[in-house]
Design a protein around this ligand. Structure first.
Ligand code: ZN
Ligand code: ZN
Length: 154
């Protein structure tokens, strides 16, 4: 049976000797109701009715990261972005410098290549992040849309 993010997070909290609180439950639920890529402001906005402090939001994001349910991604902007790990396959990003559009792609050859190099160096590889920065096709044509951060699937 596939476990839900909430159940996995509760298991993690218990193993760490941390309390499973109503707030932590609400944060996980909000995280997985957001699109795959989000930042703390998106999360805080989604939790607006719950009266959760910004500090709690950041602390819970750290815990979710340690639990392996989300990871930090950087698209070259000041704010840290997160993305869901659970239920997603390994993928790379193409980030448009002009409009911020993020195109996701999955190509296992890239992961395979990096693993091979790691093996050669006796390196214990935990994660492979493949990311390209440049201009999306719309921006190249001068028709880029307003900056936004919803991911765009191919
Ligand atoms: Zn663009
Ligand atoms: Zn992604």
């Amino acid at each position: 049976m596939v476990k839900k993010p909430g159940e996995l997070f509760e298991g993690f909290l218990r193993r760490q000797g941390l309390n499973v609180t109503q707030t932590r439950r609400a944060v996980v639920e909000a995280v997985f109701s957001l699109p795959s890529h989000f930042d703390a402001v998106d999360l805080w906005t989604a939790l607006r009715d719950q009266r959760v402090s910004t500090a709690t939001v950041y602390r819970t994001l750290d815990l979710l990261e340690r639990a392996g349910l989300v990871r930090r991604v950087s698209f070259g902007e000041a704010q840290t972005r997160y993305e869901h790990v659970l239920g997603r396959e390994d993928h790379g990003h193409l980030v448009c410098r002009a409009c911020g559009r993020v195109i996701e792609f999955a190509d296992l050859r890239l992961q395979g290549l990096v693993s091979e190099v790691a093996d050669r160096h006796g390196f214990d590889l935990a994660e492979v992040v493949v990311q390209g920065h440049g201009l999306c096709s719309a921006c190249r044509k001068g028709a880029g849309r307003e900056p936004r951060h919803a991911p765009q699937k191919l």
